[in-house]
Design a binder for this molecule. Sequence first.
Ligand code: NAP
Length: 293
Amino acid sequence: MSANIIDGKAIAKDIHTEVRAEAEQFEKDNGYKPGLATVLVGEDPASQSYVKAKVKACEEDGLMGIKHVLPESASQEEVMALVTSLAEDPSIHGILVKLPLPGHIDEKTVLDAVPLSKDVDGFHPANLGRIGIKGEEADFVACTPAGVIELLKRSDVQIEGANAVVIGRSKIVGLPVALLLLNENATVTICHSRTKDLGAVTREADILVPAIGKANLVTEDMVKEGAVIIDVGVNRVDDATRKRGYRLAGDCDFEGVSKRARAITPVPGGVGPMTIAMLMKNTLRAAKRQLEG
Ligand code: NAP
């Protein structure tokens, strides 16, 4: 068997098209665009390009993206003053604080200053908690986990009743993915670094979501024949044939695992593009919800 490729780029493109149409209608109806403010503290090049990509996506999708950059030496008070002013600014509907913040900044205090109504990243404990409670709706679902579910749904993968195994339990990916799968009525197992005999668990998975950050950790023998794999991991692997000296790879040994899986996301081009598309969707949702009051 050779797995079908779940094309995250193409699915994300569809979502951007849908957001754009809705954002245009929103602007027509209300006379302004949904606004996303990004906050970056420091000059880390990877973080700069991360933020730049989000602002570019805003422009392409008919949203207003505003980039704020503070120097690495910015004080807690300066960061808080910026986030507080964005929290109060009615033209800003979503606030994205690029993490990690420099060590001298108290991350929790800064994130707590982002009001729930503008928490388009979905990292507020209230939003994280609500996705785990049946019958409750989070204001915003974190973008990468939401992207994982969207990839499954738009690829017509049956989630209800499936055995789903998530590897990783971070608040950014693993835990919210597991809770979302549970809400979709999968039978969910969460694995982590202390899991004994990881392969024995993953071999039971109809849906496998590695979110670890270790290249090639998931190998062919750990995958059930016919499984669907959404590989969240993004890892740099040395590659002398590339100009930059490395390539990006997921957590799976893609070639080996593809022999047994029914469908798999590539890295890059799988979950990554979905994260940005879901952020655009969340920003539009924030603007609509703030309008409703
Ligand atoms: P993280 O906070 O480092 O969490 C990694 C998780 O993997 C932890 O729960 C850890 O277990 C578990 N783990 C580590 N080694 C393991 C092992 N040998 N066996 C089983 N579990 C193991 O990372 P993260 O922020 O969740 O990100 C995970 C990956 O997703 C990274 O590669 C990151 O770059 C990628 N990512 C991609 C996107 C995207 O848009 N595509 C977005 C976010 C993250 P413990 O809890 O026991 O330590």
